[in-house]
Write a protein that binds this ligand. Structure first.
Ligand code: COA
Length: 260
């Protein structure tokens, strides 16, 4: 697929996915949603890629949904309107359930759906000074399809304040409420991102995918409902090739086969 709205750069075990519509601060329209979702989906089966870094070209990470595109949905039938919203929901889910870890490199602004993308990623790192906000209510809409990912990260208390005011807030606050993992000086952003990538490359690729599935399964479930699943996961993985290699490497005081 020829990519118009994003850029995909392969860099050894890292796939760098750039939102590439800087003239509108990487606001996403239907085409960007399609391209981003398909690219992330296709990366699932590229064994050489072990970490994905999502960033934005130009002055901002992502200004959220393209408001001209959202406005145009008034001319759509109900079914077309639902299909576009579903495509957007599918994009966030694809980021969230990617078996490869997704690091977000966030700068400038991450607003509305842009902040939702940050929430759907595993390890978001942002430059100090980045503007965040769930500005939807100020536009007469709501942060709907991103809500599950955002509320999972920031909790109901912060969501009640930030979804209802629509106010903008800075990276330090975003880190305090758990929307991002770290806020660093802008000049240190790439070093901080590469530091996270390096840590992720120390982990077994299958173990990472399993750990992500584990979090998804456990986060929303009562302990007693999930216990069988957790017992089966550890029973399966400690006898797997990767588990055996990881434990053997530790005991033999060497790096595992996937370690760098
Ligand atoms: N949808 C469509 N166009 C957008 C957009 C969006 N979400 N966000 C920005 N743009 C456009 C602007 O209209 C402007 O277009 P123009 O050059 O034709 O005037 C261009 O992108 C640059 O925006 P500008 O505001 O001049 O850039 P900035 O660097 O000063 O500020 C933002 C960047 C992201 C802070 C600011 O554009 C903004 O607050 N955007 C609104 C974001 C928002 O509320 N998103 C929620 C969507 S649900």
């Amino acid at each position: 697929m020829e990519l118009e709205r994003i850029e995909l750069v392969f860099d050894g075990p890292v796939a760098r996915v750039w939102l590439n519509r800087p003239e509108v601060r990487n606001a996403f329209d239907g085409l960007m949603v399609t391209e981003l979702r398909k690219s992330l989906f296709d990366l699932r089966s590229v064994d050489a890629v072990r970490v994905i870094v999502l960033g934005g070209r130009g002055p901002a990470f992502c200004a959220g949904a393209d408001l001209a595109w959202m406005k145009a949905t008034a001319a759509f039938s109900r079914d077309e309107n639902l299909a576009e919203a579903q495509a957007m929901a599918d994009l966030f889910f694809t980021v969230y359930e990617s078996p490869k870890p997704v690091v977000a490199r966030v700068h400038g602004a991450a607003l509305g759906g842009g902040a939702g993308l940050v929430a759907a990623c595993d390890v978001p790192v942002a430059a100090l000074g980045t503007q965040f906000g769930f500005t939807e209510v100020r536009l007469g809409i709501v942060p709907a399809v991103i809500a599950p990912y955002v509320i999972a990260k920031i909790g109901e208390s912060a969501a009640r304040e930030l979804f209802l005011t629509g106010e903008r807030f800075e990276a330090v606050r975003a880190a305090e409420i758990g929307l991002i993992r770290a806020a660093v000086p802008p000049d240190d952003l790439d070093v901080a991102v590469e530091g996270r990538v390096k840590e992720l490359l120390q982990a077994g690729p299958r173990a990472i995918a399993e750990a992500k599935a584990l979090i998804r399964e456990v986060a929303w479930t009562r302990v007693e409902d999930v216990q069988r699943y957790t017992v089966e996961r550890i029973a399966d993985l400690r006898v797997s090739a990767e588990g055996q290699e990881g434990m053997r490497a530790f005991l033999e005081k060497r790096k595992p086969s996937w370690g760098s």
